[in-house]
Design a protein around this ligand. Structure first.
Ligand code: KIV
Ligand code: ZN
Length: 385
């Protein structure tokens, strides 16, 4: 089965989440866990952006051996030099240079013409290539760029030595069909595109980052970029755990896989959440506390008979110890009886029915009935004459 490389940018784009600031010790701890998770590439930071980021990238480059470490750089010599100084001791030094290509960004932010932008991109890639064996070039805001300008600039940066071409959906604007068509167009029109790795980088402003990334995979990208828990600028980046698990669960459809150790996902998610202070919503796909929780009686009954009735992912696959049957007002007798047995009660049918009634009465007052509540109800019925 074909492999898709995972490029994790939790420590760079993820750290750009409002209110998040990781120190070097915290970044190294996350980097080690990302290495354990098996990411192919990790973007450790933006070395030219601050002394702290430089130090963190340098430390991670010296520490991590089983993932390739990269750093972000604008298309300036001083950024490329800073990235080299931070990354030169890494196992496989690589740099990630970006430059905006959309009319909006070129006109208002860069104040440059398309010709000037193309020349700057080529010069930066050539300069980086004198130092780095691997150079990734990103067309910032690619999805709002002119396709034929993208064809031109990508052709030129490949000629200048770029090894990876990334077309970010910087503002989360594209749709799955449109993003797939962009990769088709680039592959049809750029000579030598088969000599480079094509990468996808999606933001989640319209809630389509996972769908867009999967579409890019269907349209031939060999690398996907994202973060753990989907943290990142504004509404965040694509959540890598969602993409990796979707590829795994729907192998029949995608026929592609990552080399992530899926059972390290939950641990990685918890560490990133703890160190960034960004709480994972309960209903977050794959890693949320409710991702394997069942409350409705019909669902609980189904899961107790055969888990696959309502679980397409086993909790163990992604590192949860088990699923969770939440006892609340929608729960039924089957789950209640199982929990009573697990708590060591064997009451007989009549007393169990009474206990179930008492439990139901309590659910009108409490959202979730705890084991302590159940214990009290069951113990009272057991001692009733
Ligand atoms: O979203 C984006 O365009 C980026 C670039 C720096 C690659 O994060
Ligand atoms: Zn981004």
């Amino acid at each position: 089965m074909q492999k898709v490389n995972v490029f994790d940018t939790t420590l760079r784009d993820g750290e750009q989440s409002a209110g998040v600031n990781l120190n070097t010790v915290e970044k190294v701890e996350i980097a080690k866990q990302l290495e354990k998770l098996g990411v192919d590439i990790m973007e450790a930071g933006f070395p030219a952006s601050s002394k702290g980021d430089f130090e963190a990238v340098e430390k991670i480059a010296k520490t991590v051996r089983n993932s390739s470490v990269t750093g972000l750089a604008r298309a300036y010599k001083q950024d490329i030099d800073a990235a080299w100084d931070a990354l030169k001791h890494s196992a496989e030094p690589r740099i990630h240079i970006f430059l905006a290509t959309s009319p909006i960004h070129m006109q208002y932010k860069l104040r440059k013409t398309p010709d000037e932008v193309a020349a700057i991109a080529v010069e930066a890639v050539k300069y980086a290539k004198q130092k780095f064996p691997l150079v990734q070039w990103s067309a910032e805001d690619a999805t709002r760029s002119d396709k034929d300008f993208l064809v031109r600039i990508i052709t030129e940066v490949i000629h200048a030595g770029a090894n990876v071409i990334n077309l970010p959906d910087t503002v989360g604007y594209t749709t799955p069909k449109e993003y797939g068509a962009l990769y088709d167009y680039i592959q049809e029109h750029v000579p030598n595109i088969d000599k480079v790795i094509l990468s996808a980088h999606c933001h989640d402003d319209l809630g389509m980052a996972t769908a867009n990334t999967l579409s890019a995979i269907e349209h031939g990208v060999q690398q996907v970029e994202g973060t753990i828990n989907g943290i990142g600028e504004r509404a965040g980046n694509v959540a890598l755990e969602e993409v990796a698990v979707a590829l795994h669960i729907r192998q029949d459809y995608y026929k592609k896989k990552t080399r992530l150790k899926l059972d390290e996902i939950k641990r990685t998610s918890q560490l990133v959440s703890k160190l960034t202070g960004m709480v994972v919503p309960g209903n977050k796909a794959v890693v949320g506390a409710n991702a394997f929780a069942h409350e409705a009686g019909i669902h609980q009954d189904g899961v107790l008979k055969e888990a696959s009735t309502y679980e397409i992912i086993t909790p163990e696959l992604v590192g949860f110890s088990s699923n969770r049957l939440v006892l609340g007002k929608h729960s039924g007798r089957h789950a209640f009886k199982e929990r009573a047995a697990a708590l060591g009660f064997d009451l007989g049918q009549e007393k169990l029915n009474e206990a179930f009634k008492a439990f139901k009465a309590l659910t009108d007052k409490k959202k979730e009935v705890t084991d302590d509540d159940l214990f009290a109800i069951l113990a009272e019925k057991q001692t009733d004459a």
